[in-house]
Design a protein around this ligand. Structure first.
Ligand SMILES: *[C@@H]1O[C@H](CO)[C@@H](O)[C@H](O)[C@H]1NC(C)=O
Ligand SMILES: *[C@@H]1O[C@H](CO)[C@@H](O)[C@H](O)[C@H]1NC(C)=O
Ligand SMILES: *[C@@H]1O[C@H](CO)[C@@H](O)[C@H](O)[C@H]1NC(C)=O
Ligand SMILES: *[C@@H]1O[C@H](CO)[C@@H](O)[C@H](O)[C@H]1NC(C)=O
Ligand SMILES: *[C@@H]1O[C@H](CO)[C@@H](O)[C@H](O)[C@H]1NC(C)=O
Ligand SMILES: *[C@@H]1O[C@H](CO)[C@@H](O)[C@H](O)[C@H]1NC(C)=O
Ligand SMILES: *[C@@H]1O[C@H](CO)[C@@H](O)[C@H](O)[C@H]1NC(C)=O
Ligand SMILES: *[C@@H]1O[C@H](CO)[C@@H](O)[C@H](O)[C@H]1NC(C)=O
Ligand SMILES: *[C@@H]1O[C@H](CO)[C@@H](O)[C@H](O)[C@H]1NC(C)=O
Ligand SMILES: *[C@@H]1O[C@H](CO)[C@@H](O)[C@H](O)[C@H]1NC(C)=O
Ligand SMILES: *[C@@H]1O[C@H](CO)[C@@H](O)[C@H](O)[C@H]1NC(C)=O
Length: 538
């Protein structure tokens, strides 16, 4: 009885996943017509909640060693930028004589009311993270021009040429009562002009919008495009009247635990699904196009994002599944010409929502916890290893272009969905990366993902898929393969996650032998819940 039940289960699984065992990627191998602009070497960057910047970095006399090591490994591979901001930016004030780097006003109930920073705040950033280009978010919500000017001045004096852009307000489309695009644009353009004059900026230094709401569907509808406050409507309403706009930024959180209804769908099988994440990102295609026309090809950024808003979901956004989601989201967004994505790090804010799941400590979507906190001890999460993968993909280059070669794009520009012919149900994804310096006949790299969920708790044999990439390789067909791996998508420990055979999850130093496979027949095998960076040997 037991035997036959087992045999039946095994057969059922086979039938379900038969089409996952082999995937042939169809050429041509040359640069596709839908390839992206030159990918920005800082595609994979960070946003850190203002109130938590010093928690992550430490200060000059007591630097955070874990953060320092983890950032060093990333900068060895590519460049990484920092956006300082988030909800707490709208209650951050300047005090020129503050003796400490940061002073968070937290009441007896643990509620963070406001944040005061002084010169030591920027001294810490300049000393501990000198490689980062920095974007600073000023307070708009209090409508205190003087307060915003003081923080801007402190930033300029403190960071010098590390400062590359400033934002005014965080998620102003969520202010209550709601702001129209006209109200926002009027105040924003005046402040950006006056602060530019006061501080002697000679070029546009401002990043507009930093808005939270997703585009309305269908997005081709002109009302859908313009009714909400976002980059496009702010520009149309005159935000750039004084020619101060340099860049535009919008925020993306596909899932949320801000309320129980949304928390119920913020689950691993929804997160680790290419169809779902690509359909979500596709909503921004018109805005990306419009803003690139107005601000240049690197004009559109996702200045703050993660998988699950209100600080992540334990068991979802701290897993290896999140690591795969982060990889797929970063590469897919790059294929749509998003210039840079700033993964948000911080902690739950007590007053963000009265119905939220998380309270106190650090967020469940953080790539690491730099200090012990009420949610757990200092540690590195699986998703940090994704940034090593991305760093080696980007490799400080300015000559790379990317295209999603599987499941690819429909003729109208949208991703190929399950209904549109993705036979893998959103589980197999392939990107090609072409390097102008090496020519356009073959990709120089491929990123392959098998996001079929395999949990470490599973009691069946881990399935695998052979990606046949032979049509994308020059005749000699030799490639090297580095893998992003863990015992399962549900793994929550960075110390069980490896990039090219090494884990950075114990102390932030690589542990284990570097593993780089050589494949000569164009057949790259990936187990369920695994990804690989393939480099073509030229
Ligand atoms: C991305 O930019 C490239 C180069 O400018 C362009 O050819 C391509 O159509 C753009 N992609 C999208 C989705 O707009
Ligand atoms: C600034 O900080 C100093 C030192 O802590 C304090 O004495 C002073 O009152 C603060 N200034 C304001 C305006 O809060
Ligand atoms: C640096 O951090 C240590 C430990 O948190 C703290 O005691 C010290 O006051 C801080 N110094 C400054 C300048 O912020
Ligand atoms: C911060 O919040 C506390 C408590 O509400 C308040 O007393 C204090 O004045 C605020 N600080 C600033 C600089 O606004
Ligand atoms: C900027 O701050 C410096 C102190 O570091 C001060 O001397 C200067 O007057 C400030 N400038 C403005 C425009 O506030
Ligand atoms: C900005 O500058 C203009 C011209 O000097 C002035 O009329 C206006 O009041 C200033 N706005 C703010 C918010 O300070
Ligand atoms: C791996 O990390 C987790 C979380 O920090 C920890 O509980 C566990 O002990 C670590 N495993 C080892 C072998 O150190
Ligand atoms: C492209 O077509 C698919 C249906 O084939 C549709 O679901 C999607 O919304 C379309 N995208 C755009 C940008 O029109
Ligand atoms: C991924 O999401 C799409 C769209 O919701 C769905 O059709 C597909 O079945 C999902 N894949 C899996 C493996 O659940
Ligand atoms: C496999 O594990 C699941 C739960 O994880 C359990 O429900 C099922 O009975 C197990 N099957 C066998 C054959 O052990
Ligand atoms: C894997 O585990 C997650 C919870 O961590 C669960 O939501 C999901 O359904 C499991 N998937 C499979 C295929 O077992």
């Amino acid at each position: 009885m037991l035997f036959s039940a087992l045999a039946f289960l095994a057969l059922a699984r086979l039938a379900l996943t038969a089409n996952l065992e082999y995937l042939k990627l169809n050429g041509p191998s040359s640069l596709p017509a839908d390839a992206s602009h030159h990918i920005h070497p800082s595609l994979a960057s960070f946003s850190i909640e203002t109130a938590f910047v010093i928690t992550f970095l430490g200060n000059v006399s007591q630097p955070n060693e874990l953060t320092s090591k983890l950032l060093r490994h990333l900068h060895e591979r590519s460049s990484v930028e920092l956006r300082i901001g988030g909800i707490t930016a709208d209650s951050t004030y300047w005090n020129q004589s503050l003796p400490v780097a940061i002073d968070n006003f937290i009441d007896d109930k643990g509620v963070l009311h406001n944040t005061t920073i002084g010169p030591e705040f920027f001294n810490s950033i300049r000393t501990l993270w000198p490689e980062a280009d920095v974007t600073m978010n000023l307070d708009l919500h209090d409508l205190s021009y003087e307060g915003a000017l003081e923080v801007a001045n402190g930033t300029v004096v403190g960071l010098g040429d590390q400062l590359v852009a400033l934002e005014i307000g965080n998620e102003p489309d969520h202010y209550s009562p709601l702001w129209s695009a006209e109200k926002y644009a009027g105040i924003w353009s005046e402040w950006s002009k006056n602060i530019s004059d006061a501080l002697g900026f000679t070029t546009p230094m401002w990043q507009v919008a930093a808005t939270a709401e997703d585009p309305l569907w269908p997005y081709q509808n002109p009302d859908g495009l313009s009714s909400a406050l976002d980059c496009v409507s702010a520009m149309a309403a005159g935000a750039n009247a004084a020619n101060t706009v340099k860049l535009c930024s919008e925020h993306t959180y596909q899932y949320s635990v801000c309320d129980p209804a949304r928390a119920a769908v913020a689950i691993l099988p929804n997160l680790v699904n290419h169809t779902r994440l690509a359909m979500y990102m596709d909503l921004w295609i018109p805005r990306i196009r419009t803003m690139r026309e107005q601000l240049g090809e690197h004009g559109f950024l996702i200045g703050e994002y993660s998988s699950v808003s209100c600080s992540g979901h334990d068991g979802v956004s701290n897993t290896f599944g999140q690591a795969l989601w982060l990889l797929d989201t970063s590469l897919y967004a790059a294929s749509l010409n998003v210039s840079r994505l700033y993964s948000h790090q911080g902690g739950p804010l007590a007053l963000q929502s009265s119905t939220q799941l998380n309270h106190g400590g650090l967020s469940f979507y953080d790539m690491w916890w730099p200090v012990d906190n009420t949610n757990g001890q200092t540690r590195v999460f699986p998703s940090y290893h994704t940034y090593l993968f991305l760093g080696e993909t980007l490799s400080k280059s300015n000559s790379l272009r990317i295209s999603n070669i599987y499941p690819g794009r429909q003729s109208n520009g949208s991703t190929i969905t399950v209904e549109g012919g993705d036979t893998s149900q959103g589980q197999l994804i392939a990107y090609g990366i072409w390097d102008d310096k090496l020519g356009s006949h073959y990709p120089s790299k491929l990123a392959l993902l098998n996001v079929e969920i395999y949990n470490q708790t599973a009691n069946y044999t881990r399935p695998s898929t052979t990606f046949d990439i032979s049509q994308f390789l020059p005749r000699q067909g030799k490639v090297t393969v580095k893998k992003l791996q863990a015992p399962g998508a549900d793994v929550m420990f960075g110390n069980l996650t490896t990039w090219a055979g090494q884990t950075f999850g114990f102390t932030g130093d690589p542990v284990g032998k570097l593993v780089k496979e050589t494949v000569r027949n164009g057949q790259v095998v990936l187990r369920a819940s695994e990804a690989a960076l393939v480099e073509v040997v030229h």
